[in-house]
Write a protein that binds this ligand. Sequence first.
Ligand code: KG4
Ligand code: ZN
Length: 344
Amino acid sequence: MRILGIETSCDETAASIIEVDERRLAVCASVVNSQVDIHATYGGVVPEVAARHHVTNMMPLLEIAFSKSQSSLAGIDAIAVTQGPGLAGALMVGLETAKVLAWSQGCTLVPVNHLFGHVWSWLLPAVGNETQYEVTFPHLSLIVSGGHTELVLVRGWGQYEVLGRTLDDAVGEAFDKVAKILQLSYPGGPAIARAARLGKRDAYELPQPLLHDKSDNFSFAGLKTAVLYQHRNIGRSDSAYVADMAASFEAAAIQVLVTKLERAVVRTGIRHVSVVGGVSANQYLRERLLVSLPTNVKLWLPELTYTGDNAAMIALAGYISLVREGREVKNFFSLSAQPNLEVF
Ligand code: KG4
Ligand code: ZN
């Protein structure tokens, strides 16, 4: 089955064409137009600006995706598009484009929950490659992105249970806000990671919220606020200080993620775990996971190109929704963007 994926939930306009059946998965093209540089001047994503750029980026991007995959809209069996969660205006651009394309071709349209895109992103081979894929159930999926921090138990196709989630800020959001406090560039995650490489992880004592709480929930607002208060008290902005604070923050945030995941693995006895979403690009997180999870646990991590928002993961989640979970939408004209869509 050949699927066109479209993603416009935040500040990335993305299009992808994948080929997938019960065993085989190939990414023919995956293109992303990031608006990071535009929003960096504002220090964060401006929703109206994001939506306007999706409008101008969408058609040229689709053309690039088709040209890279040497195919055309006529060969597409289904169109998968992010329905939510995300920014309302941004989502509408992708959804309405997908509706028109599906209507013009008379093909199936699959609305996709952006979070399920991340949940399956670890399966995707590099662009231009093909893989034989296999999924083991049950498995745990830790989604760590700019908008979400959720631990999901995936029992089978279409059987998702949220075991825990953040009670306040998402972990990526905490990276972005701490970067702002330390006057690092936007987006904050990569900037903190870069600065932290030269810093001491134990330079500053910071809280590790909910570390000892028995639930699978997370909390990152207190950690961010602790950085803010210490930063004000210390009153420094030199690069040695920024490196030490970035390293101390990264250590605290990642300690919480890794310890809580490890505990859930031990408690549930589940031996297959994926860690997905923008923050899963973090090298220190990857290193800590490898040394902290029990050796008999199989860890699935997405290729770095698929950690952030992309449309290949949306196309794949669309296939899973349509074929594996049997969720077909009869009248797609009535679909609307769902900015607050959750895992359930
Ligand atoms: O999944 P994503 O691209 O978008 C959402 O669905 O939210 O995640 C974006 C988040 C941002 O908060 C960004 O700062 C963070 O992922 N991020 C990182 C790294 N790369 C991106 N956080 C920590 N370390 C990184 N290397
Ligand atoms: Zn995302």
